[in-house]
Design a protein around this ligand. Sequence first.
Ligand SMILES: CC(C)(COP(=O)(O)OP(=O)(O)OC[C@H]1O[C@@H](n2cnc3c(N)ncnc32)[C@H](O)[C@@H]1OP(=O)(O)O)[C@@H](O)C(=O)NCCC(=O)NCCS
Length: 282
Amino acid sequence: MPGRTPPDPAMLDRLERYYDLVPRVAARTEEVGPFTLFVSTGAWPFYARPRLGLDRSVTLSDVLDVLVRQRELGVPQALEWVAETTPSLAAAARAAGLQVDLLPLMVLVMPPITIPPPPGVAVRLLRADDPSIAAAQVVSRLGFDAPGTAPGPAGGLDRDAELQTHDAATDAFVRGLIDSGHLVTAVAEGAQEGVLAVGNHAPRADVSEVLGVATLPAARRHGIGAALTSLLVDDALGRGVDTVFLSAGSEEIARVYERVGFHRAATAGIAHPVPATPATSD
Ligand SMILES: CC(C)(COP(=O)(O)OP(=O)(O)OC[C@H]1O[C@@H](n2cnc3c(N)ncnc32)[C@H](O)[C@@H]1OP(=O)(O)O)[C@@H](O)C(=O)NCCC(=O)NCCS
């Protein structure tokens, strides 16, 4: 891409080591050709990644083999990688009929830009026994069900309605990760409106990824997402993390993170089956 600094090889190496480590707290692994397949043992599904230290190209037949294994195990057919580290994988995944998304992989450049929450909204970290963990899970689902950055109708009433039927199994899984220090979860709350946004980071030694930042569609475009990310960055740095990074879901989402001090450093690849288009009656 014109004007972009080439990725720093030392940074790419740090990210690869982190990516290889981070799912292991909640997954077992299988080596399938050039891939490490992470098979979830908890509430979150995982994916296959190029094996740490891989020194050859990935072929179509490699991708087909790992997809077969994922189907056998009944886990999602999903691949994740860093495009600059494994440049052969995007074409092999496309040749296998998968949809490939190449997303901004952003690293925090020091010093971070502190963004306070808007008036009437407070941001805070959740302890493992916090009663708001359930609301945070529901807000996450409602947020990701409305992708992009546009506001929408879903708000606090929808959150409270979903909470009535919410499955507490995921909450227990998240509480365990928070308790063991593998996950840090933050929420933004309105004085009267309850949880409006959620986000996390997952520290492993001196590296952490910010993930799962989501604002209820009705509360978007007030600066809440940026303030929540700012709190997560502050917490990560306070724990001695010196590399904070994330994958932005799109170029427009990347702008939210740029305001907190993240800069595009590389490209995150994800591949999954092409979503089925609903049949039309005419
Ligand atoms: C991405 C997401 C978390 C952003 O949340 P948010 O609370 O709306 O974030 P912010 O308000 O900080 O920033 C969003 C936009 O509002 C603008 N904004 C911030 N304060 C504003 C204000 N007071 N008035 C008007 N606009 C404002 C920002 O400039 C930004 O716009 P731009 O980047 O297009 O210029 C949210 O859109 C979301 O949940 N999306 C779906 C889930 C998702 O994809 N998450 C990201 C995973 S990587």
